[in-house]
Design a protein around this ligand. Structure first.
Ligand code: ARG
Length: 296
């Protein structure tokens, strides 16, 4: 079942099966990361502008940050000719069913340049004994994995962004095939082209959002399910990807350095922000959340 507005048909959160929080992350080395083409507004003017050494150093520090927080980090090698492969939130959607089966839905990337990235992740998840699913061949439309599809923390409920990279009908199929409800959110601002640029679920009751990226129905759905909604200011959300933060444990929030107001609000709400530098990756329209995939 897919929901696009608040209605009496929305399932209450506590009626949905509980799913454990993923405790592992996958990262892709930035060996071949650069801005080589423009497929989102942040990339404009940045072709050739990535400092490779700095990108590597920032990536290593992010990997160390996960390690320090006790998260198990797996790494796959970035491939030549695939400069965006480092953004490994996009090629897959790993899931765990209420019965405990682990599987993964492979993405269908919107940009032709990124399509060949997907097979490398398929091999990784096969080696982890995940059930690998592809979108039905007869289904039109694209799907960019956890760029747009985010699990509600702890529940078998999916938040599905659509409008730029992922098409709404894909969520209908996924919901029917895997039995989770999808709360669909239409994205309305091209700077926030993936849901993970404007919605960061922190725990079952709390989300960090940039409200300007959603329509009224979307905002009402977010406020319906999250008791506490922390709003990032526009400059930090647009320029520093404040909402592309990630909490691996519901306590520490890894976030791009300089999001002063967002960090203060997170602290006030009881979280522990961990600031990192992802400036080189911001040139390509990605930050912390985009640079890893969570799985079990
Ligand atoms: N340059 C990449 C693209 O436009 C950045 C992807 C960022 N990933 C994300 N999950 N928002 O596809």
């Amino acid at each position: 079942m897919i929901h696009t507005a608040v209605s009496a048909a929305l399932p209450p959160l506590d009626a949905l099966p509980q799913i454990p929080r993923p405790n592992r992350v996958l990262m892709t080395t930035p060996a071949h990361f650069r801005v080589a083409y423009v497929i989102n507004p942040h990339m404009e003017g940045n072709i050739g502008a990535v400092d490779r050494d700095e990108a590597r150093a920032q990536w290593e520090r992010l990997r160390e940050t996960y390690g320090r927080l006790g998260v198990d980090v797996s790494v796959i090698e970035g491939q030549p000719g695939l400069p965006d492969m480092v953004f490994c939130a996009n090629q897959t959607l790993p899931y765990q069913t209420p019965g405990g089966e682990r599987g993964v839905v492979m993405s269908r990337m919107h940009a032709p340049q990124r399509k060949p990235e997907v097979e490398h992740f398929e091999r990784f998840f096969e080696s982890e004994d995940y059930e690998v699913r592809r979108l039905d061949a007869d289904l039109p439309g694209d799907f960019e994995g956890m760029g747009d599809a985010l699990w509600h923390p702890g529940r078998y409920l999916l938040w599905g962004g659509h409008g730029y990279r992922t098409d709404l009908q894909v969520y209908e199929r996924l919901s029917a095939a895997l039995g989770f409800p999808v709360i669909a959110l239409r994205l309305t601002d091209p700077d926030f082209y993936h849901l993970d640029t404007c919605l960061c679920p922190l725990d079952e009751a709390t989300a960090l959002i940039y409200p300007g990226a959603f329509d009224e129905d979307g905002l009402a759905l977010i406020r319906h399910y999250f008791e506490r909604v922390i709003e990032a200011p526009e400059d930090e959300a647009r320029g520093l990807f404040a909402c592309n933060a990630h909490t691996p444990d519901g306590k520490h929030v890894i976030i791009q350095r300089g999001c002063t107001e967002t960090v203060a609000k997170l602290r006030e709400a009881g979280y522990e922000p961990v600031e990192v530098d992802t400036d080189e990756f911001l040139k390509s329209g990605g930050s912390v959340f985009c640079m890893k995939m969570m799985f079990w």
